[in-house]
Design a protein around this ligand. Sequence first.
Ligand code: ZN
Length: 298
Amino acid sequence: MAAETSIEQLKADIVEVGRRLYARGFVASNDGNITIRFADDRLLTTPKSVSKGFMTTDMMVVVDMDGRKVSGTRDASSELKMHLEVYRQRPDARAVVHAHPPLATGFAVAGVPLDRAVLAEVICTLGSIPIAEYATPSTEELPEAVRRYIKAHDGLLLANHGALTVGGDVYSAYYKMETIEHFARISLTARLLGGERLIAQDEVLRLQSLRGLYGIASPAPICLDDVSEPGTAGVEDATCQVVRAPAAEGTRLVPDPASAVPLPTPAARAHAPQEDAEIRLTYRELAALIEDAVRRLR
Ligand SMILES: [Zn+2]
């Protein structure tokens, strides 16, 4: 394949990924940006101030690894600095996708990282999705916030902003964005239903070992954290993927006390009269209680 054809194909791939981001509501207006590294010193980037749902290949801009424009009629993405920092930290990365998927961004706004051990496919692939500290978009702060996490993670939330993913090609980076938003949707639903049950530590380690089996590349291993404290970002660069999973003997799923529905508050619950305290029963337990009551009536 001639080099020109190949670059044309990569431009078309960016257009297609932009369409998918827009169609799924992962971006609004001119939000989001996509880059592909197609040579050591060359990136293809989406242009500034264009809806990602309506791009054409001729809009793409070629820049060098210092962000200087090499070719293209438009200006490069305003978040180019963040993308350049990702490629500096991750020589393996060939594509970066940034978007504002609303459920994942909701977690980023609430300051709640997606780091609980709840879905096998997330543990096997992304591990956990931490939150990079708040930074003013398009300034030097944002690359700095991203730098601390991107060496160990293929997907990040950006505090009060959105999400960022990297991959070996642009579709792989895009699919990670889908996984993050899907994970956020499932996590929110579980919390509305009373909270996640967490996968216990031994099972998390078993799932991690599947990465090797299925040939899933990951920039860093999982490091297990107990569930007592919410994940807090340190000043040190992340070197592993912190996954919150309880240690548990003989069981693989454990209720997460930290993920219960926030209302009523713990203080309100403490002051509630005992008779009004909420109890939770499984369907089987409830059925057994009813059967027992019916038996007594007879
Ligand atoms: Zn953004």
